[in-house]
Write a protein that binds this ligand. Structure first.
Ligand code: AMP
Length: 424
């Protein structure tokens, strides 16, 4: 048997209803905040990600699906969306059309990580990028947008963590201080963290290993060393969250895995999804656009993992969706009537009704059973004595009532069925 690749998952029809519910909420809330949807290709030139995300990050260092196409160009399946959106922003000079572009997306992403609960190799994210303003109001707005989406999904066990990374020069001075602090504690750090000490020292704060956590517990805090402008912006974000009733806590160890962040960063975590608890994360990236060859333009955004959010919804039992049903099941008493039945179904479907018929040559009894199973609101019976007198029988499933309809005029039949359906 050919199976799906480890770390990828089929989303089966019974789950799709939850995905669509989430996607509808995402479209609705982003539209309320006047964000416009953007779609970019699944693969890009590898250099976009290595330059945009940073060579020293886990994503670029070990997780990308990179391959050469027949023209010997190095391509990569997108591991995140910010670099792609920024590439598109630059390529189409979107900044010239309007000073601020508020964009959102829903898309699959690809990272070659070790598959485990809440961590896949193909997963899906929704998120946004607001490009063109350095106002901290937008930092606050995107956190609120993410929170409102999770709230709309009825999630309760949420924690918003925020931090400020400062501007790069302030961060560089802090890195030196941290390096001094850790220098004589290197032997206590894990091998991974010792490597990070050399090439991406802030990422040591991301380590989940007990001994690493212990070593950095009392380290100097980045937030105490950031520049005045970042401090001021951070105050605005905090005030905005408080005014809009978003509970948050400051987490000075929140450094995020990607190189391009500066100033505000945030994460929203769930207490209901196990070790991989981050549902979404993001922050400001004021230098990325320039770094990728565009005009100096500030930006801020976040990405949220759909699989993890749906897992949180399941574990919190937060989503009650309406039961699926159909409008009409057409039962034929005589199998020879299939073409006529198909024709009526088509007319009703064109009128936007959800209609099912039998394709398996079932008996009348099993067709009725199928209609019940599909929770049909109505059954249209075709055949038998009534048929001889050019009549169909419409049965209202809720009440058992039977109504005779004239078979002569399909349009009349369609409008009669509408009338009956809207009456129930
Ligand atoms: P990141 O782009 O790494 O900041 O991730 C943003 C969000 O995407 C995370 O908070 C997760 O919810 C989700 N995510 C990231 N990597 C994975 C993965 N491998 N599998 C499933 N979800 C993921």
């Amino acid at each position: 048997m050919i199976k799906s690749i480890p770390g990828t998952k089929d989303i089966l029809p019974e789950e799709i209803i939850y995905w669509k519910n989430l996607e509808n909420i995402v479209h609705q809330i982003f539209s309320n905040f006047n964000y416009k949807e953007i779609r970019t290709p699944i693969f890009e030139e590898t250099i976009l990600f290595s330059r945009g995300i940073g060579e020293e990050t886990d994503i670029v260092g070990k997780e990308m699906y990179t391959f050469f196409d027949k023209g010997n160009t190095s391509l990569t399946l997108k591991p995140e969306m910010t670099a792609s959106v920024v590439r598109s922003f630059i390529e189409h000079s979107l900044g010239k059309l309007q000073p601020l572009n508020k964009l959102y997306y829903i898309s699959p992403m690809f990272r070659q990580e070790r598959p485990q609960a809440g961590r896949q190799r193909q997963f899906h994210q929704f998120g946004c990028e607001a490009i063109g303003s350095n106002s901290p109001i937008l930092d606050g707005e995107i956190i609120i947008t993410a929170y409102r989406i999770l709230q709309k999904l009825n999630l309760k066990d949420l924690k918003v963590k925020i931090n400020s990374l400062g501007i790069p020069s302030a961060r560089e001075s802090y890195k030196k201080i941290l390096r001094e602090y850790l220098r004589n504690k290197l032997h206590l750090l894990s091998e991974d963290s010792r490597k990070r000490f050399e090439n991406n020292i802030l990422r040591i704060f991301d380590s989940k290993i007990e001994s690493d956590i212990d070593v950095v517990k009392d380290a100097p805090k980045l937030i105490d060393y950031i520049d005045d402008e970042s401090k001021k912006d951070f105050e605005v974000v905090k005030e905005l969250l408080t005014n809009n009733e978003i509970p948050f806590e400051i987490d000075s160890k929140l450094v995020r895995g990607l190189d391009y962040y500066c100033k505000t960063t945030f994460e929203i975590i769930s207490g209901k999804v196990g070790a991989q608890s981050a549902l979404c994360g993001g922050g400001r990236y004021d230098l990325l656009i320039e770094q990728l060859g565009g005009p100096p333009t500030p930006g801020v955004g976040f990405a949220a993992g759909i699989e993890r959010i749906l897992l949180a919804c399941k574990n919190e039992n937060s989503t009650t969706l309406p039961e699926e049903s159909i409008d009409i099941f057409i039962i034929r008493i005589d199998d020879e009537l299939i073409k006529e039945v198909f024709n009526i179904a088509d007319i009703l479907r064109r009128g936007s009704l959800k209609v099912e018929i039998d394709y398996l040559g079932k008996s009348v009894k099993s067709q009725m059973r199928e209609a019940n199973k599909l929770k049909a609101k109505f059954v249209l019976l075709i055949g038998g004595t009534e048929y001889k007198y050019q009549k169909y029988i419409l049965k209202v499933m809720k009440t058992g009532e039977q109504i005779e309809l004239s078979a002569n005029n399909f349009l009349e039949l369609q409008s009669l069925i509408y009338q009956k359906i809207s009456a129930y």
